[in-house]
Design a protein around this ligand. Structure first.
Ligand SMILES: NC(=O)c1ccc[n+]([C@@H]2O[C@H](COP(=O)([O-])OP(=O)(O)OC[C@H]3O[C@@H](n4cnc5c(N)ncnc54)[C@H](O)[C@@H]3O)[C@@H](O)[C@H]2O)c1
Ligand SMILES: O=C(O)C[C@H](O)C(=O)O
Length: 325
């Protein structure tokens, strides 16, 4: 029998965690033949709720689900884990920026990085979803010196998928026919959704949508989509966020599709002039369980200014949490 993969989820009883558990147990993350063990981590006040989630997982009788661990202990929850999806953190409310969560949520990710460093698989792949995701990933990475630094990533796949959805709606072309979309930078309102290389049904995007709509509608809509959902739902995005987390890890583990790429916030390495020290979203391809930043894309002045603005914000966030690094 195929060895099961261990998947740890923090905040597993929350909105996103609840979605993730069932999608992963049903095989959406690693495919229909890969057995999984879920290692669910919560804080004590949410433990009863987590027990309820475990009862529902049992009742769903998923063929691929080998075991479920439910715990408030990080060493138990991260033990030997192959993947860690760090969701547990406070969501923002109406009128807040994600960076407003920094001081409260930042403290969560140091201890989690340390525990991963001590007990997780030596090749654990980490995705941070809890906001502000990029800087929380940096904190976790800094606290896990024995793990490969490139295995710490943050989620901008939701922004990527939101961009595809906006382009599909505008052009009338199904989103599966849209290739080479890029989100640069921070998962925040400074992120830069770049369509200069994007092909919609094989055609250059700007020829179809025009510079005016791109600048005045598309970019702000994608940047502000999280806030629009909070306003409409009274709670931050959950099912779409869980779905994007699954897309991120699945593509990282199983590979991206042909000539297409995805957006992943990964440790900057100097590519495109973004110096090391921040977790920055780049266009990435994945194969053999490794991500690679797509190189050689042409960057015009319009893009350069926006890429630098989001980099600046990330460096300010970094400076604000220096004590946790
Ligand atoms: N990166 C993205 O694209 C994206 C998208 C949507 C939401 N988010 C963020 O994800 C996070 C979770 O959102 P949600 O809607 O699921 O929130 P939620 O409040 O429904 O759930 C969060 C859960 O985390 C738990 N938790 C809190 N601190 C914890 C800790 N130290 N260890 C383990 N668990 C802990 C809580 O008990 C709660 O059950 C928020 O920060 C939100 O802003 C990110
Ligand atoms: O916007 C938020 O605060 C939640 C999440 O990051 C999102 O993009 O939906």
């Amino acid at each position: 029998m195929t060895q099961p993969k261990r998947i740890a989820i923090t905040g597993a009883a929350g909105q996103i965690g609840y979605q993730l558990c069932f999608r992963i147990a049903s095989g959406d993350l690693l495919g229909p033949t890969q057995p999984v063990i879920l290692q669910l981590i919560e804080i004590p006040p949410a433990l009863d709720m987590l027990r309820g989630v475990v009862m529902e997982l049992q009742d769903a009788a998923f063929p691929l689900l080998q075991d479920v661990v439910a715990t408030t202990d990080l060493d138990e929850g991260f033990a030997d884990t192959d993947y860690a999806i760090l969701v547990g953190a406070k969501p923002r409310g109406p009128g807040m920026e994600r960076a407003d969560l920094l001081s409260e949520n930042g403290k969560i990710f140091g201890p989690q990085g340390k525990a991963l460093n001590n007990v997780a698989s030596r090749d654990v792949k980490v995705l941070v979803v809890g906001n502000p995701a990029n800087t929380n990933a940096l904190i976790a990475q800094a606290n896990a010196p024995d793990l490969p630094p490139e295995n710490f990533t943050a989620m901008t796949r939701l922004d990527h998928n939101r961009a595809l959805a906006q382009l599909a709606e505008k052009t009338g072309v199904h989103h599966t026919m849209i290739r080479q979309m890029t989100i640069w930078g921070n998962h925040s309102s400074t992120q830069y959704p770049d369509v200069h290389q994007t092909l919609v049904g094989g055609k250059p995007t700007l020829d179809l949508i025009g510079q005016g709509w791109y600048e005045n509608d598309f970019i702000p809509t994608v940047q502000q989509r999280g806030a629009a959902i909070i306003k409409a739902r009274g709670a931050s995005s959950a099912a779409s966020a869980a779905s994007a987390a699954i897309d991120h890890i699945r593509d990282w583990a199983l590979g991206t599709d042909g000539d297409d790429w995805v957006s992943m916030a990964v440790p900057a390495d100097g590519s495109y002039g973004i110096e090391p020290g921040v977790i920055y979203s780049f266009p990435c391809t994945c194969s053999d369980g490794q991500w690679k930043i797509v190189q050689g894309l042409e960057i015009n002045e319009f893009s350069r200014a926006r890429m630098e603005a989001t980099d600046k914000e990330l460096r300010e966030e970094r400076a604000a949490v220096e004590a946790l690094l």
